[in-house]
Design a protein around this ligand. Structure first.
Ligand code: ATP
Length: 194
């Protein structure tokens, strides 16, 4: 079985994330894509509670059986940030015999040198590196264990979205409808910047 791990803040999940997960599943014949919101991000602050982000990811996955919201990166009891190298190591143990693929946008891939144990990350999984508007050109670092997927052209970022939501602008083209309803019902992203 071929399984992808697609981690991120998902604050909130948007159509770019869904397009990435689907395109990766299609191109690399993945039976499952675990969409895993990170509990405590080592490199940036995330203020929306993990439970809300997990619930929104679950709603964003709706309609495609290959995509599942995963709590594999839930906040740790000991307060230590969630490092992808630990998550992949655990998945390898728990899912013996599975072929593991990490899925990242090109912007995140370019930052992977700053992640914990970059070489080990390459050993633990193969990587699917997905282009993102503004991050298509340079494919430096793509080698035997990393594969370029040039299939996604959805120009949306969670940072831009949070600002639009804060201003009360229409985001229906950028966020799955069920996620937008959850945001409205739970009063998320209102009134505070960032
Ligand atoms: P932020 O603007 O807060 O940094 P984001 O939109 O980049 O958020 P994340 O949850 O940080 O969303 O991203 C998770 C993963 O999804 C990362 O690997 C990122 O590169 C990738 N990604 C996010 N949006 C897109 C997009 N529109 N196209 C391709 N990849 C994307």
């Amino acid at each position: 079985m071929r399984v992808g791990l697609f981690g991120g803040s998902f604050d909130p999940p948007h159509r770019g994330h869904v397009a990435v997960a689907r395109a990766a599943a299609e191109a690399f014949e993945l039976e499952r894509v675990l969409m895993a919101p990170v509990g405590r991000q080592p490199l940036k602050g995330v203020s929306t509670p993990f439970g809300d982000r997990l619930a929104m990811v679950g709603l964003a996955c709706g309609g495609d059986k290959r995509l599942v919201a995963s709590d594999v990166d839930a906040p740790r009891g000991d307060g230590v940030p969630n490092y992808t190298v630990d998550t992949l190591g655990r998945l390898r143990q728990e899912m013996a015999g599975v072929e593991l693929f990490g899925i990242v946008g090109m912007d995140a891939f370019r930052e992977m040198g700053k992640w914990r144990e970059p070489e080990r990350l390459m050993e633990l999984a193969e990587w699917i590196v997905v282009t993102r508007p503004g991050y298509e050109g340079d494919v430096g670092g793509i080698s035997g264990r990393a594969h370029l997927l040039d299939a996604v052209r959805v120009d949306v970022s969670a940072t831009g979205l949070r600002e639009r939501l804060r201003l009360g602008e229409d985001c229906s083209g950028l966020v799955p409808g069920a996620v937008l309803r959850y945001i409205a019902e739970n009063g998320l992203y209102r009134g505070s910047a960032g």
